[in-house]
Structure formats: C-alpha cells, structure tokens
Design a protein around this ligand. Structure first.
Ligand code: NAP
Length: 294
C-alpha cells in the first residue's frame, strides 16, 4: 500500500465517540479493515463528554463523516440524536453504529451481530437450551435479545442488582415467549443446571482481574458451554474455572472483531467473505496477544 493512494481529497472519514476513548481497540480494528479492503478511508477516536453528545453527532454529520461507532457511556443517549434506528437496535435499547443517510445518522447495534457470529463460528448452539445470563448492563441486553432470537428454551437472569435483572427480564418478555426467571448469584448453585452460561458482567477485567462472579467453580460441572464477553484478559478467571470442567469456553474477542466487521458491512452496504474476515481476525489477535498498543 502506498500512502500517496490514501488520505487525499477523496478520503472517507469514520470514527468512534466515547469517554474515555484511549483504551478503545476500534481504531486499530477499523483501520486494519479499511487497509485490508484497500478502501480510501481513515478512522479516528474522539473523546466526547456526555453533555456534548448532541453537538458532537451534529458536528460529525456536518463534517461529512460516513460512519461512527459509539461506545460507553453514549450508547443509549445517542439514540435521541438520530433520524432513524434499526429494529434490532431498538429491541436492544442501545446503538453502537451510526451510518450516514440523507437526513442524518441511522443507528444500529452490531454488538448483537458480533455475538451472534461468535456463537456461530464457535458452535455455541442455544436453540432449545436452558441458558443463564450473568449481568444486566449493556452487553447483557444484547445477549438477552440474541438468546431470545436464537430460540433458547429458557433464560435465567442473574445480576448483583436484582432490580436491573427484573427490568431486563420484563423487557425481553415483551417479545420472547420462552421461560424466564430472575435469581441472585447466591442461588445459582442450587438452581436447575443451565446448559449455556453467558457472562456479561464486567467482573474479571481491570482491577478485578482475579475475580469471577461465580465464586464456587463446581457450578460449571455439567454446563455445556460458557461464553464470556470479556477479552482482556484473554482468559478470565471465570473461563479458567469453567475449562477445568471441560465446558466449551469462548472469550469476547471474536465478538469484538465481528461487531467491527458488521459496522464496516453496514457502512459500505457490503458483505465480507469469511476468509477475509478470518485473515483480519488472525492479524489482530496476533497483534493483540503481543500486547499491541491501542
Ligand atoms: P455495564 O453496562 O456497566 O454493566 C456491567 C455489569 O457488570 C452489570 O450487570 C453490573 O452489575 C455487573 N457488575 C459490575 N461489577 C460487578 C461486581 N463486582 N459483581 C457482580 N456484578 C458486577 O457494562 P457493559 O457495557 O454491559 O460491559 C460489560 C462487559 O462487557 C465489559 O467488560 C465490556 O468490556 C464487555 N463488552 C465486550 C464486548 C465485546 O465485543 N466483546 C462488547 C461490549 C461489552 P450491576 O447492575 O449490579 O451494577
């Protein structure tokens, strides 16, 4: 690739807004995708204060940005700044991808698409299965909608703050006809054994890197598959514990990569073939595991 072929008057501009933003892997991910696809575009991070979200979205539109990713804490508040929101994003109640249209930006949720793709390539089949969802925040919302869409037989919601789990269950029950329940973390050991467990809490990353929301690892005995949305560290304590009981264990890295690819596909009205996607994923996982600078 020659720099003279890029970053000229025809360069299309993309970006991500969040606060903080320095930790985001998306600039590396999206610029890798743009280069791989030989597309004349660039993707840049912007730290945007919560009070400035409307001004920021209007400004990005005025400047001609083609597509924007949105991360914490703006995924819900940005919904008030859009001309349209796709149905799945409405169901999830959060938007992480904005696509330029004639009238403004349209919002999508690709976290759920990334999770769906990760389930598919890692052969986690939830159809007709008893599932347990740990957490009731943004990632859990996406996971809950996906579990319902994929035809889980039952979703058991578990969260430290039980009211949030109740609220999520009530929301999902408005379109999901499978069984649901809400229990506390203390109850998971005596409750009917789930076949699939999804951890969508943030426990196990950052300062709590040696922690797991599941205190007694024997809980994993007899569980078929465990998915953890976290990808830093690569293997959380929860996944490490589950692995000892021969569960299929999948971390959040594929979800991360495929939510990014899904954003690219939405912005470009295209479909990326599996081989190209795997090449991008392999390049990034190598970079990532070497502790690449984000
Ligand atoms: P969030 O909205 O802040 O939700 C955090 C969740 O974790 C809540 O359910 C919270 O429970 C729970 N939690 C936090 N500390 C806890 C503790 N000490 N004990 C028990 N539960 C605790 O965050 P989010 O946006 O959903 O993100 C959650 C995780 O998903 C993060 O690690 C994020 O990096 C990851 N993520 C990954 C991807 C990917 O592509 N792989 C995409 C999105 C997010 P309370 O309700 O009680 O506070």
């Amino acid at each position: 690739m020659n720099i003279f072929d890029f970053y000229n008057g025809h360069t299309k501009v993309y970006g991500i807004i969040g606060n903080p933003i320095e930790h985001s892997f998306s600039p590396v991910l999206q610029n890798t995708i743009l280069q791989k696809m030989e597309f004349n575009g660039v993707y840049v991070p912007f730290r945007v204060d919560e009070k400035d979200i409307k001004k920021a979205v209007e400004g990005l539109y005025a400047l001609g940005f083609e597509g924007i990713n949105v991360t914490v804490p703006h995924k819900i508040s940005v919904m008030d700044c859009l001309c349209d929101i796709d149905d799945t994003a409405q169901k999830v109640g959060a938007v992480n991808t904005l696509k330029r249209t004639e009238n403004g930006f349209k919002g999508y949720n690709t976290d759920i698409l990334g999770l769906k793709k990760s389930f598919a390539i890692n052969k986690i089949d939830v159809k007709g299965k008893k599932t347990m969802l740990l957490g009731a925040g943004g990632a859990a919302n996406s996971a809950a909608v996906l579990l319902s869409q994929l035809g889980a037989e039952k979703i058991v919601f578990v969260n430290r703050t039980k009211e949030k789990a109740e609220a999520l269950r009530n929301h999902i029950s408005s379109f999901y006809t499978g069984k649901t329940d809400v229990i506390s973390f203390d109850d998971i050991y005596t409750y009917e054994k789930p076949e699939i467990v999804v951890n969508a809490t943030s426990v196990g990353m950052g300062e709590g890197v040696w922690e797991s929301p599941v205190k007694d690892s024997s809980f994993f005995e007899g569980v078929e598959a465990v998915f953890d949305v976290i990808y830093i560290p690569w293997e959380t304590k929860l996944l490490n514990d589950a692995k000892k009981y021969c569960c299929k264990c999948v971390n959040g890295f594929d979800m991360l990569i495929y939510q990014g690819i899904a954003s690219y596909e939405i912005w470009h009205d295209t479909y990326m073939d599996d081989n190209t996607a795997v090449e991008i994923k392999d390049a990034l996982s190598e970079y990532f595991l070497k502790g690449g600078k984000r």
